[in-house]
Design a protein around this ligand. Structure first.
Ligand SMILES: NC(=O)c1ccc[n+]([C@@H]2O[C@H](COP(=O)([O-])OP(=O)(O)OC[C@H]3O[C@@H](n4cnc5c(N)ncnc54)[C@H](O)[C@@H]3O)[C@@H](O)[C@H]2O)c1
Ligand SMILES: O=C(O)[C@H](O)COP(=O)(O)O
Length: 523
């Protein structure tokens, strides 16, 4: 078998690969070059330097696994890989300490103007007053994203005697207390922090999570750090806030476009930058290279991928029976995740009827994957979903009952978050997932695409105005389900829509008299 390594990888990893396969290392390839070469390879090993596009994946007729020596897989078209049956796997643990240390190094370098002072002295200047800095002790650090790296940053910043605020929809209060972090909203962090650092994946929920609105709220002179992914902070808004003096400094390791040669951010004296070096230490590179090489060996020799991002670890025989229920469970998890959308404390997954007699573990994993990926993004997979739930102190309880009243089998997910409980129940009809209840409302939905779930009062002149809001915004309604309730009672309406519904439009729907809540669910 043949492995192509298209970004630099430590020898320790290359040696493991070479023990089993023919290994070619070729870095700096263009998309067209990769398209031409990829059909000969069984595995592709990358870092962030290779964009694995749909075009490359479509040409990859022999490819079985894409191994990412590092965390972020935002440079891989995972959907295209999944469609082609290619496992995408990563090495999420090996570089977390290096990324956290780089963040702290950048924070200290920015606070003491080290890069600027270094450049000045090397230009034979002796300007001590020009580079007076600030202490971090007693300052407040806001951390957006408290996963592996965010938590390590929190621990180190605690040691520097900083006060910590944090935002992460998946962190329990208990975990936050352990880390010494006060949980807040993003806007509260914007208002209260002296330094703000982001450590989330780049997913649609985190893109531009610090934007003009947040910069407006920030303290004058606030310092901003991004050692996670370009695009989590809106670069244009950041440049504007630097130009106005609202932001007193920024330390950036990652950019929307890399290399960021055209970025105006490089022109500010108070912006310090590194060329995506967060994971570039000897230790991290050895760790991720070994981890990913072992992963590739395992997959190509018929074993499991420990950190598979897109493939369930289910035996093929079991998969035949369970497949439609696995899909159902994942969809239900996604729906429940978007209807609740923060800090899950407990997830109860119930099975009734025939399915209760099967090995339901893959279904539970799929439900958790669907639920957790709403907040964690592409980092959640069928393998790590239970571990992620555990590490976030989310209690997961399974229950089974052989009897099922109306359907041969049903699956239900009850998500508890503080005072809020959300229940989604479903079944499989002719291999297609169907949602049969949301809380106490009976529904009959074949879930797909984008759906608006709106609780409303059952009275005239509620549904029509909602449809008008969508119509006037050129959003086509392709399906509608309205629950039954006595006149004046509260029920659920589910609208299938054909295009994206922006927040302002959803807000307009919420303003229709009689609408009690409206949430967009995207599958
Ligand atoms: N600069 C580098 O070289 C470098 C090195 C390693 C990792 N990274 C990047 O750092 C980031 C974090 O990596 P990690 O290993 O800590 O990932 P992780 O999955 O362990 O943690 C991410 C955290 O983000 C949280 N999150 C998800 N959606 C959120 C939202 N809407 N708001 C706030 N928090 C949200 C999740 O709950 C999770 O706790 C990734 O983008 C990764 O690619 C960069
Ligand atoms: O997501 C990651 O692991 C980091 O961004 C590191 O990327 P790199 O492997 O290209 O240095």
């Amino acid at each position: 078998m043949k492995v192509l390594v298209s970004d630099s990888l430590s020898n320790e990893g290359l040696e493991i690969l070479k023990e089993h396969f023919t290994v070619d290392v070729s870095t700096g390839l263009s998309e067209d070059e990769l398209v031409k070469m990829i059909k000969d390879y069984d595995a592709l090993v990358i870092r962030s330097g290779t964009q694995v596009t749909q075009k490359i994946i479509e040409a990859a007729d022999n490819l079985k696994v894409i191994g990412r020596a590092g965390v972020g897989v935002d440079n891989v078209d995972v959907d295209a890989a999944t469609r082609k049956g290619i496992i995408v796997t990563n090495a999420p643990e090996g570089n977390m300490i290096s990324a956290a240390e780089h963040t702290i190094a950048m924070m200290m370098a920015m606070s003491r103007n080290i890069p600027q002072a270094n450049a000045s002295l090397k230009a034979r200047e002796w300007k001590r007053n020009k580079f007076t800095g600030v202490e971090v002790k007693g300052k407040t650090l806001g951390i957006v994203g408290l996963g592996r790296i965010g938590s390590e940053v929190a621990k180190r910043a605690s040691g520097l005697e900083m006060n910590l605020m944090g935002y992460d929809p998946f962190i329990s209060e208990k975990r936050a207390v352990e880390l010494g972090v006060k949980l807040c909203t993003v806007n509260e962090i914007a208002k209260g922090a002296d330094y703000i650092t982001v450590h989330t994946p780049l997913i649609k929920e985190t893109k531009n999570i610090l934007d003009e609105e947040q910069f407006t709220l920030m303290k004058p002179g606030v310092k901003i750090l991004n050692c996670a992914r370009g695009g989590i902070i809106n670069e244009e808004a950041l440049a504007k806030a630097l130009a106005s003096g609202k932001v007193g400094g920024a330390a950036l390791d990652v950019f929307v476009e890399e290399p960021p040669f055209k970025s105006p951010l490089l022109d500010f004296d108070n912006v310090i930058v590194t060329p995506h070096l967060g994971a570039s230490t000897q230790e991290a590179q050895v760790n991720v290279a070994i981890d990913i090489a072992k992963e590739v060996v395992s997959v190509l020799t018929g074993g499991l991928a420990r950190n598979a991002i897109n493939i369930p670890s289910v035996k093929p025989e079991a998969m035949a029976v369970l497949a439609p229920y696995i899909r159902l469970s994942e969809i239900m998890g996604k729906i429940a995740g978007q209807l609740v959308d923060s800090n899950y404390e407990k997830v109860e997954i119930g099975y009734t009827g025939e399915i209760s007699g099967k090995d339901t573990r893959p279904l539970t994993v799929s439900a958790l994957k669907g639920l957790l990926e709403m907040a964690l993004g592409s980092g959640v997979n069928y393998v790590n979903a239970p571990t992620l739930a555990k590490s976030r102190q989310i209690a997961v309880v399974e229950s089974k009952s052989e009897s099922s009243e109306e359907y041969s089998s049903t699956v239900s997910i009850r998500v508890i978050s503080g005072d809020l409980t959300k229940i989604v129940a479903g079944t499989v009809v002719g291999d297609e997932p169907k949602i049969i209840a949301v809380d106490e409302d009976r529904v009959d939905i074949f879930p797909a695409g984008r759906m608006i779930f709106a609780k409303h009062v059952n009275k005239p002149n509620v549904i029509g105005p909602c449809c008008l809001v969508l119509g006037k915004n050129n959003i086509n309604i392709s399906g509608m389900q309205v629950g039954r309730a006595e006149i004046g009672g509260v029920t659920l309406m589910v609208l299938n829509v054909d295009s994206q519904v922006s927040n302002p439009i959803l807000e307009e729907v919420r303003q229709v008299p009689g609408i009690l809540s409206a949430k967009l669910v995207t599958l």
